[in-house]
Design a protein around this ligand. Structure first.
Ligand SMILES: [Zn+2]
Length: 384
């Protein structure tokens, strides 16, 4: 039985807290959930019973009981109780996944964009969501991530890659699908995945850096993503890294954007070799030890290391997750990255804990699905 919104009435906030605690950390014993949320056993029973009846939570056996404690029933979410669609919008296509409640990807697919007109993009999104739903299970909600500035999770304020200003994308998609839809900056979405289900789970403070067409930065502090309306601008893109580096479009010499983006690396290596090369080719050449590629990638890697050192020095994260379609740089130039970190870190500091993701498009989409999951469980962000 699907969970009805009307289930969340007077105990709504407390019920959500129970669902959330078990979703993020389950399976947990009833006594542990009660302890974490400071609830009496009776209150927990009252709050959890409707969640179990609705098919969102289930009892999954008992703990053996501690030295003094009695056995306590374990509860967990039913991951397949609900499905969520997570999409990532690019200039030429929309990519998507369908996940369960714990953001496990069941299917992925993509559709080319035949036009960048908002209505046509919303049509493509509807077709993709229909396809994903038919492949596994009809989704409860849709999350969409894109590299741009957004307002209230509903409106695209500006997205240069689509030539959009003030497009009510969530509304256009809801009209076509009938499903609650939430928008978020793609780096925030990526960070939310790591926060709830990935490397940042259980950490109070960590950072995310994404490499690709731009440089993305996400920060979680005190168990919450730090973001404001400027987030979609790409705030670390102009962080100074090399006083002798190339010049970016804003006139900065050697900023992160001028050294670390796919465009910067491709331009530098194509210039050195006198022929056009792709990003993947640049990585392959670097890995094979081709001298021009090696130099370009090592310079970029050292710049990345200095950026990571700055993040670590200023925000003291417990770990830094590296992702994005250009993340291969972090592996191919790993020694240079470590050199860059060492340059700007006090030798007494502990070694930075780096987690390198695969860089696949699925990771962006999974982040967008987490937004839909959060909205469903927290019931707060979704207007519909
Ligand atoms: Zn710049």
């Amino acid at each position: 039985m699907p969970l009805k919104r009307s289930t969340w009435t007077e105990d709504a906030g407390a019920s959500r807290a129970v669902a959330l605690e078990v979703l993020r950390n389950g399976p947990l014993s009833r006594s542990e959930v009660a302890r974490r949320l400071a609830l009496s056993p009776g209150s927990l029973t009252r709050l959890s019973t409707p969640l179990i009846r609705a098919g969102l939570l289930r009892e999954v056996g008992e703990t053996s009981g501690g030295r003094v404690g009695r056995p306590s029933q374990l509860i967990d979410v039913v991951p397949n109780a609900q499905a969520f669609a997570g999409l990532k919008l690019r200039d030429d296509r929309v990519m998507g996944v369908i996940t369960d409640l714990r953001a496990q990807v069941h299917k992925s697919a993509e559709r080319p964009l035949t036009s960048q007109e908002p209505e046509a993009v919303a049509d493509s999104i509807r077709d993709l969501v229909d396809e994903l739903g038919a492949e596994w299970k009809h989704p409860t909600a849709i999350g969409i991530g894109l590299g741009g500035r957004l307002a209230a999770h509903r409106m695209v304020r500006s997205a240069a890659f689509l030539g959009w200003d003030d497009v009510p994308l969530a509304e256009l998609v809801e009209q076509r699908t009938g499903l609650p839809t939430i928008l978020e900056n793609d780096v925030v979405a990526f960070t939310e995945y790591e926060h709830w289900f990935g490397a940042g789970r259980g950490l109070s403070r960590f950072a995310v850096v994404t490499l690709g067409a731009g440089i993305g930065y996400g920060l979680v502090a005190n168990d919450a993503v730090v973001a404001d309306e400027d987030h979609g601008i790409g705030l670390v893109g102009h962080w100074p890294l090399d006083p002798f580096g190339p010049v970016c479009s804003e006139g900065h010499r050697g900023c992160a954007k001028s050294i670390l983006t796919e465009g910067a690396i491709v331009t530098a290596l194509s210039g050195a070799l006198g022929r056009p090369v792709t990003y993947e080719e640049a990585m392959d050449l670097g890995e094979a030890g081709e001298p021009a590629a090696r130099r370009v990638l090592d310079d970029a890697g050292e710049g990345l290391g200095r950026l990571l050192a700055a993040i670590a020095n200023l925000t003291m994260p417990e770990c830094i997750v590296l992702g994005g379609e250009g993340v291969r740089l972090a592996s191919v130039a790993r020694e240079a990255v470590e050199r860059g970190i060492a340059k700007d870190r006090d030798p007494r500091t502990r070694k930075l804990d780096l987690v390198i993701r695969s860089g696949s498009d699925t990771e962006w989409c999974r982040g967008a699905a987490v937004l839909a999951i959060q909205s469903f469980v927290l019931g707060a962000r979704m207007a519909a």
